[in-house]
Ligand binder design. Structure first.
Ligand code: MG
Ligand code: MG
Length: 259
């Protein structure tokens, strides 16, 4: 069942998603060679609680932390640890909040130190593919239009699209209907109407599309060991263009938009 959110609900969702966006900017301040992913997680949890929310991922389905930190060939759902970030790594940081009965959910892949031009292009293209998807999150389009736009942009650059992990509706639950795949056919799937809140989150691989899950029950990696990038924003479907609830602006003020 699809739920269309009232303006009041959308404002609560906006507060959550702006808090996630600001939390990711706090994390951005710490990202450099020598820091552990657990240090990033601690800062994120503290920042979220200081702002009157609770971490949305902590305890969700049994997930042990505030952030998902996924490095290099890890696609998503990496568990923060004593892993020390090193020059040339990339790290997807996915963060959620829960406040006033609703969730926020946003992710950004950061380069650590100096990253090869080959991998920087993967980050750039993945972020672009997210915005191509958002251009299609308008009334009258269908979920397949979003997926098609993401897939076309990514595959046109020679990359592959993860199939098993998809975007989703967002609201009183972290994951609601509809599923929002990053691949699809134009004009197919659920019709988009005003007030539908969705997270669009392309996971794009430098190599092949195949993924596997680690024995920890969470971490998703590419089978071929090549890097994967992941960007996510929460948006409300609207008439002319989507209302984007989260933002990368705070992050990119800190990172000087290197992507
Ligand atoms: Mg997320
Ligand atoms: Mg999500």
């Amino acid at each position: 069942m699809l739920v269309y959110r009232s303006e009041e609900e959308i404002e609560i969702l906006r507060r959550n998603n702006l808090l996630v966006s600001k939390t990711l900017a706090e994390v951005a301040k710490l990202i450099k060679p020598g820091v552990t992913t657990l240090e990033l997680d601690k800062r994120a949890e503290e920042f979220i609680r200081d702002h009157g929310a609770v971490p949305g991922f902590l305890g969700y389905g049994g997930f042990p932390n505030t952030l998902c930190t996924s490095v290099n060939d890890q696609v998503v759902h990496g568990i923060p640890s004593d892993y020390v970030l090193k020059d040339g790594d990339i790290i997807s940081v996915d963060c959620g909040t829960y406040m006033d009965g609703y969730y926020g959910d946003t992710a950004y892949t950061f380069p650590v130190g100096e990253v090869s031009e080959e991998v920087m292009k993967l980050l750039r293209t993945t972020k672009e593919s997210l915005f191509k998807g958002i251009e299609n999150a308008i009334v009258g389009k269908r979920v397949g239009d979003i997926g098609y736009a993401v897939q076309y942009h990514a595959e046109n650059a020679g990359y592959s699209v993860v199939r098993e992990m998809v975007g989703h509706g967002l609201g009183k639950n972290m994951h609601e209907s509809p599923e929002v795949p990053n691949y699809g056919r134009r004009g197919r799937g659920v019709k988009l109407n005003k007030g539908l809140v969705i997270c669009i989150e392309p996971m794009i691989n430098l190599g092949e599309k195949y993924i596997r899950q680690e024995n920890d029950g969470w971490t998703i990696r590419t089978v071929d060991g090549k890097p994967s990038a992941h960007y996510e924003l929460a948006v409300v479907v609207d008439k002319e263009k989507a209302d984007i609830l989260s933002t990368f602006d705070y992050i990119e003020e800190i990172t000087k938009n290197r992507i």
